[in-house]
Design a protein around this ligand. Structure first.
Ligand code: GDP
Length: 286
């Protein structure tokens, strides 16, 4: 499903999150560790304001660990808490409540000094579609509470989910729009599957992916498909198309006359890339 974001949707999404911010102590900003820039909402700082923030680099299982470590430093320098998570397997989710709690320590100590009873930290997860919000909420809840593929602007009753003894989480995440004013951002989101292949042309997305892999992870690409096609100049589109054709021949994507079915091979390349078959890959480096 692809969400069409019109100005009205954006205004409503923003308003909904800002209403929920009144209920919570900490905002959990979910990013895709493979593209921490493109998966970030362009107005995130304005929307979240100075609410204490924990940044989660989700899908860290698919991202280049060295790049993830560098990004975590960048986010911590911005003044936020930041941790890597794999919401599918549950890797590192136990640290979410620990980090959320730490962010609120000073405030809670002040409240307790005034005689208030200690209480769990209240949190809200926000992020663009497909970044893994529902997967994470369900994992934290230990059961199915969030429906995947939520739409912006659909309100329903919301409830608090208890996460351990330290945290309470709103069961409906804040859904934000991605940065799509830049065409490259669109391609990067599409390479990871955050935008459906029907929105952009699948061959164009695979071309972009192959060019990126050739420039940054050539050895892995070569190994995965046992490539014999040499690479001299990644700026030459013909070379990238030759690589695509070789992969197509190897994967049996042929149409009558022995031509390569570029649409079919494009689908295969993207599926393998998204499944991590070419290793852990980060598309944006700090
Ligand atoms: P939402 O739209 O933000 O709620 O995203 P979903 O929770 O529906 O997740 C989108 C897709 O990403 C699903 O296919 C999930 O299985 C997958 N996904 C979510 N988190 C992770 C993760 O940490 N690692 C991997 N490999 N896949 C994930």
């Amino acid at each position: 499903m692809s969400i069409q974001w019109f100005p009205g949707h954006m205004t409503r999404a923003r308003r909904q999150i800002q209403d929920k911010l009144k209920l919570i102590d900490v905002a959990i900003e979910l990013l895709d560790a493979r593209l921490p820039l493109s998966s970030r909402n362009p107005m995130i700082h304005e929307i979240l304001g100075d609410k204490p923030r924990l940044i989660i680099m989700n899908k860290c299982d698919l991202a280049d660990p060295e790049a993830t470590a560098k990004w975590l430093e960048v986010f911590r320098k911005e003044g936020h808490a930041a941790i890597p998570v794999d919401a599918s397997s549950g890797y590192n989710i136990q640290n979410i409540q620990v980090e959320a709690r730490k962010l609120l320590e000073a405030k809670f100590e002040r409240l307790i000094a005034k005689g208030l009873k200690p209480r769990p930290v209240r949190a809200l997860i926000v992020g663009i579609p497909n970044v893994g919000k529902s997967t994470l909420i369900n994992k934290l809840a230990g059961r199915q509470v969030a429906a995947t593929g939520d739409r912006p602007g659909v309100t329903k009753g919301q409830q608090w989910i208890r996460v351990g003894s330290e945290m309470e989480l709103l069961d409906t995440p804040g859904i934000l729009w991605p940065k799509f004013e830049d065409q490259l951002v669109g391609y990067r989101l599409a390479v990871t599957g955050a935008i459906k292949d029907q929105v952009l042309n699948v061959e164009d997305i695979a071309f972009y992916a192959l060019k990126f892999m050739s420039a940054h992870y050539w050895e892995r690409l070569k190994e995965r498909f046992e490539l014999e096609t040499p690479l001299h100049d990644i700026e030459d589109p013909n070379e990238i198309v030759s690589i695509m054709e070789e992969i197509g021949r190897k994967r049996g994507c042929l149409v009558s006359g022995g031509r390569v079915d570029l649409e079919k091979v494009s689908g295969i390349i993207l599926r393998e890339l998204r499944a991590g078959k070419m290793g852990q890959i980060t598309l944006e480096h700090p």
